[in-house]
Design a protein around this ligand. Structure first.
Ligand code: BES
Ligand code: ZN
Length: 444
């Protein structure tokens, strides 16, 4: 391809990316259901436009988009998975420019979803578009792009079961993970799993005057704070009985490889804005955030939150929890043990209800398999540098389900940079990575 042509192809790709990013496809918020649906329609039009047979499939939640080329006997079938839904953009006032009005500055595009995951999945679509423009693909291809990844892929498992034959493939590729540093290609061979729960602690039937009743009835906010404090011990370990029973230790080669990765504690502090690193004793920060399980409080609320003071005993308190899990922990078993722990440690005078939410299993694959090595060659050819092998701390809940239902391994070839601000204000994606992603897809 000549320089002039490739510039034009890249310009078109960026124009597409801007359109894709303008849809506020926030899956968790029903107020955005229409936007999410329109975003799926946009993808169908895009995929059809490059010559694939594309369809939007309804689910009980947000639709799944599936596209394929003309399949031929004897060719391997590759599935490329991604998601078009995004996390909520709040807090809006911390964005330099509005989250759904993409802005390009110094070769970096800023918008919710730019890295996670619209930029990365669109890079694959553009790679395929370029390849199709030059002739037929050397593989049977299936794009599977869902609208519920950020809420735990709650309906995709059933969709896979129902469409097992149509989705039959030999290997799956995903770009929805990170690179250890700019220009440093990275193959992810492990993901943490996740299990979510919401706790509701109730006391009096209404908020009470804390002078009239304080001291004589239990305070749900205090009780929940005490309860949450029992989740960890003083060494930063999760104190739930049996929590670590099935945790597989890191192999020696993994600890050695992790120790050689770029990224120091100082980098972690500057990227996170935290005053100090903290975690389970006996593990490095990299090990703690990728290969060790955690219990996190994601949200915590009770009582008066407005200006000034209000002297009440709140009638209720709530907390949202997620557990990040590693091989061989099982989300269901962990939630059962967590509930037992919480009931055992509930302070007197209040009631507790535990509502289990979404969950996804951890994933580990062999980076030295034939397919794993092919993925690493594609990364090496694209970026011209040695490939880092890592485990990621984030979760892509459907990946282990792909293995369970379709019997297929997944290759994780991430394009996200450490400072991409996924899920945070001012999420961004360098156009350089976007274009590199298209090349990588072709190499793969
Ligand atoms: N792209 C992320 C997964 C990810 C994050 C991989 C960081 C590697 C590093 C994905 O979109 C995501 O955010 N997943 C959620 C899943 C959850 C809501 C079930 C996550 O990890 O919180
Ligand atoms: Zn995400």
């Amino acid at each position: 391809m000549s320089y002039a042509q490739s510039t034009t192809a890249e310009d078109h790709a960026v124009a597409d990316l801007i359109q894709f990013l303008k849809f506020p496809s926030v899956s968790t918020d029903p107020a955005h259901n229409a936007d999410t649906d329109q975003c799926a329609d946009w993808l169908v039009t895009k995929l059809t436009g490059i010559g694939l047979a594309a369809e939007k499939h309804p689910t009980p939640g947000h639709p799944v988009v599936v596209a394929r080329n003309q399949h031929k006997a004897g060719l391997p079938t590759v599935m490329i998975y991604g998601h078009y839904d995004v996390q909520p953009a709040d807090p809006l006032d911390l964005w330099q420019t509005p989250p759904f009005e993409p802005r390009i500055e110094n070769g970096v595009i800023y918008a919710r979803g730019s890295t996670d995951n619209k930029g990365q999945i669109l890079a694959h679509i553009h790679g395929v578009q370029q390849a199709l423009a030059e002739g037929e693909l050397p593989v049977n291809l299936i794009f599977l792009i869902e609208g519920e990844e950020e809420i735990g892929s709650v309906n995709l498992g059933a969709f896979l079961e129902a469409n097992r034959d149509a989705l039959k493939c030999d290997i799956i590729a995903i770009s929805d993970t990170g690179m250890v540093a700019k220009g440093h290609p990275t193959f992810t061979y492990g993901l943490r799993g996740i299990a979510a729960a919401e706790l509701r602690v109730t006391g009096p039937s209404v908020d009470l005057h804390s002078g009239i009743y304080g001291g004589a009835v239990a305070n749900p906010a205090t009780a929940l704070a005490q309860l949450l404090a029992t989740l960890h011990d003083k060494q930063g370990r999760v104190a739930i009985e049996g929590f670590y029973d099935e945790v597989r230790d890191l192999a020696e080669w993994e600890r050695e490889a992790a120790a050689k990765l770029p990224g120091t504690d100082a980098d972690l502090l500057s990227l996170s804005g935290s005053p100090a690193v903290y975690g389970e004793e006996g593990y490095t920060s990299t090990e703690r955030r990728t290969a060790r399980p955690t219990a996190e409080i994601n949200g915590f609320g009770s009582g008066y939150q407005g200006e000034g003071s209000k002297t009440i005993i709140p009638s209720k308190a709530m907390a949202k929890l997620t557990f990040r899990l590693v091989p061989d922990q099982n989300p269901k078993r962990i939630l059962e043990r967590a509930e037992n722990h919480l009931r055992k440690h509930l302070p007197p005078g209040v009631e507790l209800s535990v509502h289990c939410g979404h969950s996804g299993e951890p994933y580990l694959c062999d980076p030295h398999s034939t397919a794993g090595q092919a993925a690493q060659r594609a990364l090496q050819a694209t970026f011209g540098a040695e490939v880092a092998l890592i485990r990621e701390g984030g979760s892509i809940p459907i990946v282990q389900t792909f293995k369970d239902v379709l019997g297929v391994e997944t290759l994780l070839l991430g394009l996200a940079l450490p400072d991409c601000r996924a899920h945070s204000p001012n999420e961004n994606f360098p156009l350089e990575n976007f274009h590199a992603g298209a090349k990588m897809s072709r190499h793969l």
